[in-house]
Design a protein around this ligand. Structure first.
Ligand SMILES: CC(C)(COP(=O)(O)OP(=O)(O)OC[C@H]1O[C@@H](n2cnc3c(N)ncnc32)[C@H](O)[C@@H]1OP(=O)(O)O)[C@@H](O)C(=O)NCCC(=O)NCCS
Length: 169
């Protein structure tokens, strides 16, 4: 009997830079990401009154024109199902030897496509982009309550080096 491909089989994802035509779809995935993170963490910073896809689209347009930003998408079964957004940013100490690093500012894989190595592949593409520019580190912010995100980044070699604290005033 022929075995069916496992649901969790690794895909051979088609990773490429985002194009103008991808923007509406990528904006929708970006919005899904924020909604999911909001539901998981209940973080007030992620609570948005009227969620604006248009604003996300405008910010993606800016990123597309910005040489210091790069967005990669991954297609499966003919549709974009995963995204990673990266920006070159300054570090917190302006007179440090390490002034500019690559930062992963958004990352999302549609639920049906998770656990198959898509984010691993997207992260490799983004990190190669940063590396080619001579940047010595890739970093990111992940919410303390986002266990899935924390586990994923840890598995991909990221370690916590700094924490962000706050209190209500
Ligand atoms: C986090 C997210 C992007 C991971 O995407 P993914 O395509 O499923 O991740 P991958 O399959 O490439 O997994 C990469 C590594 O993370 C680890 N990982 C992924 N999902 C995991 C899980 N549920 N539990 C434990 N480890 C997990 C795996 O160990 C894997 O390493 P391996 O290949 O050595 O096994 C996806 O779950 C997602 O979109 N989550 C919601 C949005 C989010 O949290 N984004 C990050 C914001 S900081």
């Amino acid at each position: 009997m022929e075995s069916q491909p496992s649901h969790h089989a690794r895909l051979a994802p088609d990773v490429r830079p985002m194009t103008q035509d991808d923007i509406p779809r990528v904006a929708r995935l970006y919005a899904e990401m924020i909604n999911e993170l909001q539901e998981d963490t209940h973080d007030p910073y992620l609570q948005i009154e009227a969620f604006s896809i248009l604003e996300i689209e405008l910010s993606l347009e800016e990123d597309l024109a910005d040489p210091e930003a790069r967005i990669f998408v991954s297609e499966a079964e003919g549709a974009v199902v995963a995204i990673i957004v990266g920006h070159i940013v300054g570090t917190f100490l302006p007179f440090s030897n390490v002034r500019r690093v690559g930062q992963i500012t958004a990352a999302y894989v549609q639920p049906n496509y998770r656990g198959r190595g898509l984010m691993q592949k997207l992260e490799q593409h983004l990190v190669n982009f940063f590396r080619e520019l001579g940047l010595p580190y890739a970093d990111l912010f992940v919410h303390s309550e986002n266990t899935l995100g924390r586990n994923t980044w840890r598995a991909l070699g990221y370690t916590t080096f700094r924490e962000q604290m706050r209190r209500r005033i």
